[in-house]
Ligand binder design. Sequence first.
Ligand code: ZN
Length: 245
Amino acid sequence: MKRKQFDDFYFVKDGKIHTLDEVQDRYEKNNGDISYFQGRMRCPECKEAILSFTRKTSSRREYLSKEPSSSHLDNCSYKNDYASKKQIIEYVETMNDNQIQDKLKSALNMLMNRDTSTDININSQEQRDNPLIIKSSNVGNSIQRTIPRKSLSMWLDKEYEGKVFIFYGKVKLKVEPFKEFFRLLIYTKKRDKTWGYKTKVFRIRFKDKIDENKEYDIAILGYLDFSYGSTPEIKLVKYNSLLYR
Ligand SMILES: [Zn+2]
């Protein structure tokens, strides 16, 4: 199985979540010297497992992965294998609309409000119900699987096509009418701090009420569709598997 990759990490030096981009920036500006980060990057969720950086080559992007000698804490969602599209869809089908929204809300709390050490306590009672972990069945046995996450600031590459992720991030939004339908356009902050178009979600006949100047936190349970060119759209697993605030 391919090693799990991390879009961001917990930085021991300042107790905050940082992104892979920042490490890549430093790598480029300091001729490959990332000693500032190396050894101090931890799993963004359990803050225990140590991560290391692998530079990009001509054939693949840079990435962060767990050092083989270190481990995640027991309740860290990165411990499990990732759920397949089929397993996630089966799971979502057992939930009603409110349950889906609640799940996205918990996931958003976990994925976006992580800069203080108090809000995610992996050992607390609350955290035992990890919003990214789902129960699935395998020949009658209940097994745990993890919904993979994908930061919307990262590349949405063709290799992810068709796989279900929980996409998340800080975004700006805009509604695009199309005949009697609506699309929700998603913009993310680029490395030069300007906002750029990233992707869109087909909302059928639902018209979102958006303040275009506002920054939203968003969580979307869906998969990438490249049918309309090289810039992918996100297709929702269910019509309401999207939450912003
Ligand atoms: Zn972990």
